[in-house]
Design a protein around this ligand. Structure first.
Ligand code: AP5
Ligand code: ZN
Length: 217
């Protein structure tokens, strides 16, 4: 399947993507994770992205679209993928459509995760991520690691993201409403959108997502 995941910051896109990608045997492609990997490796692309991310603004399309397309090429997009955090504005959505068309493929669905703003603020404030693996995501209250600050799965150190400060989160939410929400309408015109509530325990949301995706197939 070829799927796009959308939802506000902290909705649980990364958390759900890890389970969905495993269940569906497709690669999880997160532009946020790709940027963070570039930053920690000190690449030129990482240097270009860092200031935008720290402010909670979108990294310019000139940088983002090329990076996403390279990753899709590597994954062999025809075999399926789960895109998390891309596209994030209408220009990126059009670029993705053009990419898919060039490759003779199309999307099967756009999964839209709905969560009230008060909940995403709580989720982001308590989030802790593993330094070794970006898909090892914890929460100080909702998904507590057995030992404070240590990843249950690989023993890596847990850290808080630089853009998870209150001011940056406020801007990320504004950017989401202004730039990203309009792509939901864009995809509704292609009849691709399935919206689910992302409230409740993580496995419940995964089940809801799997059911919705089966209906979209
Ligand atoms: P990105 O990394 O994509 O961040 P985001 O969209 O803000 O989303 P988050 O990673 O904050 O949240 P999430 O929905 O994945 O939630 P998670 O699963 O971690 O982007 C970061 C930045 O990179 C952007 O601001 C931008 O600068 C740049 N960027 C990226 N893509 C770009 C693009 N295409 N164009 C331009 N710039 C781009 O969950 C959050 C917490 O909640 C965790 O602690 C988790 O354990 C917990 N949780 C999850 N589910 C539940 C549940 N059901 N119940 C209780 N707790 C839960
Ligand atoms: Zn880990």
């Amino acid at each position: 399947m070829r799927i796009v995941l959308v939802g506000p910051p902290g909705a649980g896109k990364g958390t759900q993507a890890a389970y969905l990608a495993k269940n569906l045997s497709i690669p999880h492609i997160s532009t946020g994770d790709l940027f963070r990997a570039n930053i920690s490796q000190g690449t030129e692309l990482g240097k270009q992205a860092k200031a935008f991310m720290d402010a909670g603004d979108l990294v310019p399309d000139e940088v983002t679209i090329g990076m996403a397309e390279d990753r899709l090429d590597q994954a062999d997009a025809a075999e399926g993928f789960l895109l998390d955090g891309f596209p994030r504005n209408e220009n990126q959505a059009r670029a993705l459509d053009a990419y898919l068309e060039r490759n003779g493929i199309s999307l099967d669905g756009v999964l839209d995760l709905e969560v009230p703003e008060a909940e995403v603020v709580k989720r982001i404030a308590g989030r802790r991520i593993c330094r070794k693996r970006s898909d090892h995501v914890f929460h100080v209250e909702y998904k507590k690691p057995k030992t404070d600050g240590v990843c249950d799965e690989c023993g890596g150190e847990l850290y808080q993201r630089d853009d998870d400060t209150e001011a940056t989160v406020r801007n990320r939410l504004e950017v989401y409403h202004r730039e990203t929400e309009p792509i939901i309408d864009y995809y509704k015109q292609q009849d691709l959108v399935v919206t689910i509530s992302a409230l409740g325990a993580v496995p419940e949301v995964t089940q809801r997502a799997m059911d919705a995706l089966r209906r979209a197939e």
